[in-house]
Design a protein around this ligand. Sequence first.
Ligand SMILES: CN(C)c1ccc2c(c1)CCN(c1cccc(-c3cc(Nc4ccc(C(=O)N5CCOCC5)cn4)c(=O)n(C)c3)c1CO)C2=O
Length: 280
Amino acid sequence: VSKDGGCPQEIEDSSKDQWEVDPEELILGQELGSGQFGLVLEGKWRDRKVAVKMIREECMSNEEFKEEAKVMMHLSHCKLVQLYGVCIQRSPMCLVFEFMENGCLSDYLRAQKGCLSQEVMLGMCLDVSEGMAYLESSNFIHRDLAARNCLVSINNEVKVSDFGMTRYVLDDQYTSSQCSKFPVKWSAPEVIKYCKFSSKSDVWSFGVFMWEVYNEGRLPYENRSNAEVVESLNAGLRLLKPRLAPDSVHLLMEWCWKEKQEDRPSFAVLLHELASLSDL
Ligand SMILES: CN(C)c1ccc2c(c1)CCN(c1cccc(-c3cc(Nc4ccc(C(=O)N5CCOCC5)cn4)c(=O)n(C)c3)c1CO)C2=O
C-alpha cells in the first residue's frame, strides 16, 4: 500500500522504462477535444482504451518535454492520470494517457448539477487530495490545479491531470501572471506577485478546487475581473462558503487560503482531514 495509505502502490514493471510507444501499436479513434497543445483523440493501445494527445510543434518545446516524459512516466498513482508513453518517431509527437471515460471534471460537475450527493462531492475532494499528496511527497508541483484539469472515470472517480504541463506551454499569455489567460482565480498571492510556485501554492488552488466541486462547477469570482480578484484578496476577502459545503469543508478551504504559505496545510494534512470527514 502506498505511503499515503491510499490505493495499492502500482507494481513497478520493467516496461515503465520503455517510455516510447510504437506508433504501429497505436489505433486512433474519434476526437475527444482540444487542449493547450492541440488535438486529443480516443485510441487503442495494447488492448487498452487510451487518450492520445497530438502535440503541435509550435505549442510545446519538444526537447525539454522528452526529458520530462521520463520523470512523468515514473509518477504513478491511482489518483493521477497515468502517462503510458510518448510517440516521437513521427511528427507530430503524441502522448499516450490512460483513458478517463467521463472527461473533464468542470464539465462533469455542470452536467451533474443537482445530482451530486454529499458523499460524491467529498469523495472527489478526497481523490484529488490523495493524488496531490503523492505529487507533494514526490516534490512535484502541479502549477495549474483546477477542476478543468482533473478528469472523471467511471463511478465518479476523479484523477489529477496535466500536472506540470504549464511549463511547456509556449503561449506566453498563459505563463505571465499579468496576462489575460493566467489562472489568477486559482493562484496563490505569491504566485500572482512573484511567480513563486510550491506545493503550498498548489494547496491554495486546491481550496478553490473544493469550492468548484461544492458549487457544482460554477466559476469562482464569476463576474469579477482578474484585477478585481487580486484587489479583494489583498483586502483579505475570500470566496464565500458554497451553499452545499458543510462548515467542516469550508474551514479547510479557508485554511488553504491563508495569506502566508507556511500557515496553509500540507496535502498530507488535507488528505487526513478529508479522510476523517468521510469516515464520519
Ligand atoms: C497546460 N495545461 C494545464 C493543460 C495542457 C493540456 C490540457 C489541459 C491542460 C486540460 C485539457 N486538455 C484536454 C483536452 C482534450 C481532452 C483531454 C482528455 C480527455 C479524456 N477523456 C474524455 C472522455 C470523454 C469525453 C467526452 O467527449 N465527453 C462528452 C460526453 O460525456 C462524457 C465526456 C472527453 N474526454 C481523457 O481521458 N484524457 C486523458 C484527456 C484533455 C485533458 O488532458 C489538455 O490536453
